[in-house]
Design a protein around this ligand. Structure first.
Ligand code: XMP
Length: 511
C-alpha cells in the first residue's frame, strides 16, 4: 500500500499530521527522526514529512535526519522545525526572531501549483508557532507564500520535490490545511488513496489467520470500544479459537456486566465467559486508602484471575490486546511524560510468565479509526458513544477505603448523573460524567429526622483527549435534578456538591 512517513522531531502535533494524511485515505506512519535511510527505504514511502519540534537547527545537538534522505529522490515536506531543517540543509540561513510568532497569521499565496493547488482563495488563515525563521532561503527554492512576519512562510523546489512550511497545516486553526497536506500526499508524492477501514478489516482478518495458524487466543474484554473491536476482529478471523473473558471485579458501573454479556452473546454472537471475582477484589481492597496501592492491588488481582483461567482452560498461545497506535509509537525526541502521575491499569498489563504471544489487531489505528472499524463490524452505537471508564473502576472514584456501602452509593449516583444527562441531551456533549464519594459527612434532614450523611460530588468534564480537561458549566436545572434525585433515591447521602477544578491542576478521576 502507498504510504507517507512522518519523521517525528518531537512536536506535540506529530500524531496529528499522521492522522490528517490518513483522513485523505493515504496510509501514514510515524517514525523517529533519526531512522537511517535504509530503514526508510524498506518502508518504501511515496513521501516524507518532517514534523515540527522544540529544537533550534543551529543549536549543538539539535535533532537532524539522516542526510542521505535528501538525495533519495523521495518528495519531502518540512513543517515548522522541519522547514528550518530543509533551509539549513540546503545552505539557507535561519535566525532567531526578536519576538516569537505565535497564533493566527494571514498567508498570502503567490504560487498555486503543487502544494497550494485546489485552493480557491489567495489568502488563508494559518497557525504559526516559532521562534526561529528563515533569513535567506536556499538556492533553487522559490517562495510560494508569505505572511507579514515570515517572507518565506512556504517554499518549494519543484525539481527536487522538496517543500517547507513555516506554519502548521495539520492544526484546525489553519484554513485548508488538510488540502495542503493532501496535495503533498497525492499531487506531489503521487500516493494512491488506498487506506480505508473496509480494506483494513479485510487485510487484518487475513493477517490474524496467517499469524495465529490454528492456535488458541485469549482476550479479556471490558465492554469498551477497543477491547470489543479487538475481539470482534479476531472472532471474524478465527471463530472458535478465540476465548473472550469478562472479569466482574465488583467495581463496575450499574448493569455493566449484564449489558456486556448481552452485547457479546446476543448482538455480536461471540461466546463470553463471565468470571465473578467480586469478593476477591473487595478483600484485596480491604482497609486500603492509598490510591496507588488500590490501583496496584486491582492490577495484580486481575492478573491472578486471568492466570488461573488461562491455566485451567488453556493452553492458550496468544493474548489479544486492544492497543492503539499512539501507545505503540514513542515520540522521536521525548519518550513521553517523565513522571507518572497515576499508574493506569488496563486489561493489557498481564503477566509475562504466561508466556503468551501478543496479538494486537488495532495497533495501526487511531481512536477515530477504531470507531469507524467498529461501525463496519456492527458494534452497537452505544458502545461507540459511551464515556470512557477507568480500568480500576469505581475504586478510583471512592476516596478513602473501598466499602460495599460506598461502592453502592457511587454506582447509584453515577447512574443518576448519566441518566439525567441523557434526559437533558447532554451526555454526548461531555467527555465524562460520574459521581465521587468519600468519608466526609454533613448534616441533613430526612423526613423529620436529623441525618449525618455522606457527601456525593458530581464530576462532569469536557475534553478532547483527557490530557487537559475543563469542568462543564452545567445548566442549573440539570444540576438540581441530579442533586435531588441523588439525595432522594440513595440512602445515607445528605449533601451533593459539584467539582469545579480543571485538569490541570486537578486530574479527572479523584484517585
Ligand atoms: P486522569 O484521572 O489521569 O484521567 O486525569 C484521564 C483519563 O484516563 C482515565 N483513567 C484511566 N483509564 N485505567 C484506565 O484505563 C486507569 O487506571 C485510569 N485512570 C484514569 C480517566 O477516566 C480519564 O478518562
Amino acid at each position: 500500500m502507498d504510504k507517507i512517513v512522518v519523521l517525528d522531531f518531537g512536536s506535540q502535533y506529530s500524531h496529528l499530521i499522521c492522522r490528517r494524511i490518513r483522513e485523505s485515505n493515504v496510509y501514514c506512519e510515524l517514525v523517529p527522526y533519526n531512522v537511517p535511510l535504509d530503514k526508510i527505504t524498506e518502508l518504501n514511502p511515496k513521501g516524507i514529512i518532517f514534523s515540527g519540534g522544540p529544537a533550534s537547527v543551529y543549536s549543538k545537538n539539535s535533532p537532524k535526519p539522516d542526510n542521505k534522505i535528501f538525495e533519495a529522490g523521495i518528495p519531502i515536506l518540512g513543517i515548522c522545525y522541519g522547514h528550518q531543517i530543509i533551509i539549513d540543509h540546503f545552505n539557507g540561513k535561519i535566525k532567531r526572531v526578536d519576538k516569537r510568532e505565535y497564533g493566527n497569521a494571514l498567508l498570502e499565496i503567490s504560487d498555486k501549483t503543487n502544494l497550494f493547488s485546489n485552493i480557491q482563495s489567495n489568502t488563508l488563515k494559518c497557525w504559526m508557532s516559532h521562534s526561529d525563521a528563515a533569513e535567506v532561503i536556499p538556492e533553487g527554492f522559490k517562495i510560494l507564500a508569505k505572511t507579514t512576519s515570515s517572507f518565506s512562510a512556504a517554499i518549494g523546489n519543484n525539481e527536487k520535490k522538496v517543500y517547507g512550511l513555516q506554519f502548521h497545516p495539520e492544526v484546525a486553526h489553519t484554513e485548508n490545511g488538510n488540502t495542503v497536506l493532501n496535495n503533498f500526499a497525492k499531487v506531489i508524492s503521487k500516493a494512491n488513496p488506498e487506506w480505508n477501514m473496509t480494506n483494513f478489516v479485510e487485510s487484518i482478518v487475513k493477517e490474524i489467520q496467517e499469524k495465529t495458524k490454528n492456535e488458541k487466543v485469549l482476550c479479556a474484554v471490558s465492554g469498551g470500544i477497543d477491547s470489543t473491536a479487538c475481539a470482534v476482529l479476531i472472532n471474524k478471523a478465527i471463530k472458535n479459537n478465540l476465548t473472550c473473558i469478562f472479569v466482574d471485579n465488583g467495581l463496575l458501573r450499574e448493569n455493566e456486566k449484564e449489558t456486556v454479556q448481552e452485547m457479546f452473546t446476543q448482538k455480536l454472537r461471540i461466546p463470553l465467559t463471565v468470571i465473578d471475582a467480586r469478593e476477591r477484589f473487595l478483600k484485596k481492597l480491604d482497609k486500603i486508602s492509598d490510591p496507588e496501592i488500590k490501583r496496584k492491588r486491582i492490577g495484580e488481582e486481575f492478573a491472578r484471575v486471568f492466570t488461573e483461567f488461562a491455566e485451567k482452560e488453556g493452553p492458550f498461545h496468544w493474548l489479544a490486546q486492544g492497543t492503539l497506535y499512539p501507545d505503540v509509537i514513542e515520540s522521536g525526541v521525548s519518550g513521553g511524560p517523565a513522571t507518572v502521575i497515576k499508574t493506569h491499569h488496563n486489561v493489557g498489563g498481564l503477566p509475562e510468565w504466561l508466556n503468551l504471544k501478543v496479538l494486537e489487531p488495532l495497533r495501526f489505528l487511531y481512536k477515530d479509526e477504531v470507531r469507524n472499524v467498529s461501525r463496519i463490524l456492527g458494534i452497537p452505537e452505544e458502545v461507540l458513544t459511551r464515556h470512557p471508564f477507568p480500568g480500576p473502576g469505581l475504586a478510583v472514584r471512592i476516596i478513602g477505603e473501598v466499602t460495599p456501602e460506598k461502592i453502592d452509593i457511587v454506582r447509584k449516583a453515577s447512574k443518576i448523573v448519566e441518566d439525567v444527562l441523557i434526559e437533558d441531551k447532554l451526555y454526548s456533549k461531555v467527555w465524562q460524567a460520574f459521581a465521587i464519594v468519600g468519608d466526609d459527612r454533613a448534616v441533613g434532614i430526612l423526613g423529620d429526622e436529623r441525618l449525618e450523611g455522606r457527601i456525593v460530588t458530581i464530576r462532569i468534564m469536557e475534553s478532547v483527549d483527557a490530557m487537559t480537561a475543563d469542568w462543564v458549566r452545567l445548566p442549573h436545572e440539570t444540576m438540581e435534578k441530579m442533586s435531588s434525585r441523588i439525595t432522594n433515591e440513595i440512602d445515607n447521602v445528605a449533601w451533593v456538591t459539584y467539582a469545579i477544578s480543571s485538569k490541570p491542576p486537578s486530574t479527572i478521576e479523584p484517585q
